[in-house]
Design a protein around this ligand. Structure first.
Ligand SMILES: [Zn+2]
Ligand SMILES: [Zn+2]
Length: 132
């Protein structure tokens, strides 16, 4: 009898665990892509992109818009539209996640703001000159 109860409990726990994993896995798989931006998700990257991105993140540790730690190197003009600009430093800007979404992409990862560098500089200057 005790064995039957044990077997039943283990069965229920396994089922609950499996359902939990099934629910959480798609979220884990989706989240890193969202952070990268939908435009870049799944697209093949130039050899050298990872190294350049890592170097720029260490050269520009502060978000060029708000000053928080840099988490993303964003393409001002998306590389899937302008492949020749993928590794062009003049096309890259260091941003935090929030500014990447709002200033880099205008609130939609399917869009981009070609003017984001000027917007980021304006906001940065305003923050540095803020009154307290
Ligand atoms: Zn920022
Ligand atoms: Zn971006």
């Amino acid at each position: 009898m005790i064995n039957a109860i044990l077997a039943f409990s283990i069965g229920v726990l396994t089922a609950v665990g499996a359902i939990y994993l099934l629910c959480i896995l798609p979220y884990c798989a989706f989240k890193p892509r969202r952070d990268m931006g939908c435009l870049a998700a799944g697209k093949p990257r130039a050899p050298g992109w990872e190294a350049l991105s890592r170097q720029l993140r260490s050269d520009r540790p502060e978000c060029e818009c708000c000053g928080l730690p840099t988490t993303v190197i964003h393409h001002v003009l998306p590389f899937h539209v302008h492949p020749s600009l993928e590794l062009d430093r003049t096309n890259l800007i260091a941003l935090c996640n929030e500014c990447h979404f709002r200033i880099g992409h205008g609130g939609s990862f399917r869009a981009w703001l070609p003017d984001c560098r000027r917007l980021a500089a304006t906001i940065r200057a305003a923050i540095l000159a803020r009154s307290e």
